[in-house]
Design a protein around this ligand. Structure first.
Ligand code: ZN
Length: 596
């Protein structure tokens, strides 16, 4: 958890124009900067960056956000990685608030170690690349696999010579701690030697492009066929995917990502023009992998061999994905004929056939889910149906995506022939969803939040506040009220801005709302504000006055609603002493000039 104060300060010290310009050359246009949008294909620029508000927005596809959001989207980094990226640029140190904060000296030492390891793996990668160019046998091997110089270069392929201490020629002293800690050398009975010998080398890069480990494949016979770097302080297998860095552009332009089993598959697919494939690194697909994949794009395809091991790996991936599924993300599973892997398949049938299979023969997660579960069962018998309910219920319970969960339950109901209502009871789902406990305990009737003019006004205020965060000062909603819908969003927005110690730009406010539970509303209203720039207040004295009037109006309406609700309960004789006091106070303040 990174404190939001730090994010505020980080964004205050970062200029979004610098950040974006490094990836997408910007042209000044009036008060803003423009470019062709990096998030969708276009010929005329509709991507705008506001230096004063510190946000970007695409008028065509609606992509928008802060400098942090841009780095996340464009570089495919997680929130924490993006924070680290910007902090490195501005020379700030990201505070650790998980448990005890880390001693700055320890942190500095760790960072230093990290850097030394990265330098070591980078030097090894360069050495292997150079050796590949000098070794006719290795070069012939790659050529025979059909790999072009371009692909070899893009993936940084190399060759580890058939020599016990080849790395001594690139890294001195040999041995050293960094060579040990990065897993490049092995110690046995006091002797040190290279882990990788006589192998084609596949450098594994992190999302920032740094080499964190290697995969090595034997040239001809020899065991093991594939050898990977061990887990090291740099290389966490469960959190990295081979080919992600190299495939970023292709993933974005295809709007999908393909997960295969081996790094040779990734490279072979890229050779045939399918550059959006990645591979896990000798591990099953972990939950962290799934998160990483879903951050890249909305459509994730898994391609596994059709054999038993492939089926098992696919099911593991599905199980790990269930709790993380979102209704706007689609997962698909493709099983190749048993005798093929992607490498051999694409060589035999070509890229068009492969993509055609991917798009038309893969199963969406929901179909694969039921197929895999019902395959071993006889659903024409009562026992088979009971077994399906038993095996699926625990899995269904893990799904958080509401629409998908509903559709899967509906399908289960069809498969076992029990109506949804009874099935829900069988699955133990009749209890209503638990609500978040709240300090605010006074509830207004639902209609309050649904009145159209109220709703329009609240949305207008949110838009104004997103564009002019400094106006949070003028928001003052009753804090004992249990607010709902857009009003809850407005209150949360105002509260978070007020809690900040530095003045916030609009971009920083978007960040502030990232985990608020109101991000959807904020996104929608921000886009609306951007679509009608002439309507959103420019920040003049007059605009501020209008905003204040709007807040006052909302408060008056809330108060009237409360009074009505209390009066009607009073008539039924149901007011507590506390509520009576509240009613008296409200009736009184309604007539004071301050509240109009
Ligand atoms: Zn766009």
């Amino acid at each position: 958890m990174i404190p939001s104060d730090f994010i505020d300060e980080l964004l205050a010290k970062t200029d979004i124009v610098d950040i974006i310009d490094a990836y997408v050359p910007l042209k000044k246009s009036g008060a803003n900067y423009m470019a062709c949008c990096p998030f969708h294909k276009e010929k005329t620029p509709s991507f705008s960056v506001s230096p004063s508000k510190q946000f970007y927005h695409c008028f065509s596809c609606g992509a928008h956000g802060s400098a942090l959001g841009f780095v996340m989207e464009h570089q495919g980094l997680s929130f924490v990685e993006a924070v680290q990226f910007l902090a490195d640029r501005t020379g700030m140190t990201v505070p650790q608030v998980k448990g005890k904060s880390e001693n700055p000296e320890v942190r500095a030492r760790r960072k230093q170690q990290q850097q030394t390891l990265e330098e070591t793996t980078a030097a090894a990668a360069a050495f292997y690349q150079q050796k590949l160019a000098q070794d006719a046998r290795a070069a012939a091997y790659l050529q025979q696999r059909g790999l072009s110089a371009d692909i070899i270069e893009r993936y940084g392929l190399g060759y580890a010579p058939d020599d016990w201490q080849a790395l001594a020629g690139a890294i001195t002293p040999y041995p050293n701690t960094a060579l040990m800690d990065s897993g490049m050398i092995i110690e046995k009975e006091g002797r040190h030697y290279d882990r990788f010998r006589d192998r084609v080398m596949f450098p594994i890069r992190n999302p920032r492009g740094q080499v964190i480990g290697f995969g090595g494949r034997v040239l001809d016979k020899g065991e093991p066929k594939y050898l990977n770097s061990p887990e090291t302080p740099l290389f966490d297998k469960g959190r990295n995917l081979y080919g992600l860095y190299e495939g970023r552009e292709a993933i974005r332009s295809a709007a999908r990502i393909l997960v295969v089993e081996g790094y040779m598959d990734v490279v072979a697919l890229a050779q045939f023009g399918i550059g959006y494939a990645v591979a896990s690194l000798g591990t099953a697909t972990t939950a962290e992998h799934i998160k990483l994949l879903m951050r890249q794009t909305d459509a994730v395809y898994f391609c596994f061999d059709g054999d038993k091991a492939g089926r098992k790996a696919a099911w593991r991936a599905l199980e790990n994905a269930l709790p993380l599924l979102k209704d706007d993300k689609a997962l698909h599973f493709l099983f190749l004929p048993a005798e093929h892997d992607p490498d051999s398949y694409i060589r035999a049938y070509g890229a068009a056939a492969f993509e055609d299979a991917l798009l038309h023969q893969s199963q969406p997660l929901s179909a694969y889910f039921w197929q895999a579960l019902s395959e071993p069962l006889d659903l024409s018998t009562q026992e088979g149906k009971a077994e399906l309910i038993k095996t699926s219920s625990g899995l269904l319970a893990q799904i958080q995506a509401p629409a998908l969960a509903y559709l899967l339950r509906q399908e289960l109901s069809r498969l076992v022939g029990i109506d949804e209502h009874n099935l829900a009871r069988l699955l133990g789902q009749e209890a209503p969803a638990r609500r978040q406990p709240s300090a605010q305990n006074y509830r207004l009737p639902k209609e309050t939040f649904r009145q159209p003019e109220m709703s329009t006004l609240v949305q207008k205020q949110i838009r104004a506040l997103l564009i002019n965060p400094q106006w949070a000062l003028y928001t003052d909603l009753p804090d004992y009220l249990n607010l709902d819908g857009d009003l809850a969003c407005l209150a949360c927005l105002a509260e978070r801005i007020q809690a900040s110690v530095v003045p916030l730009s609009s971009g920083a406010v978007l960040e502030l709302m990232r985990d608020s539970g109101h991000q959807h509303t904020v996104t929608r209203l921000f886009q609306e504000a951007m679509r009608a720039p002439e309507e959103h207040p420019a920040g003049s004295e007059e605009d501020r006055q209008a905003f204040q009037d709007g807040m006052r109006m909302i408060n008056v309406r809330l108060m009237q609603q409360q009074i009505q609700a209390l009066m009607s309960r009073h008539r039924q004789g149901g007011l507590s002493d506390e509520e009576k006091t509240l009613l008296t106070r409200l009736l009184h303040s309604q007539h004071t000039p301050d509240a109009h």
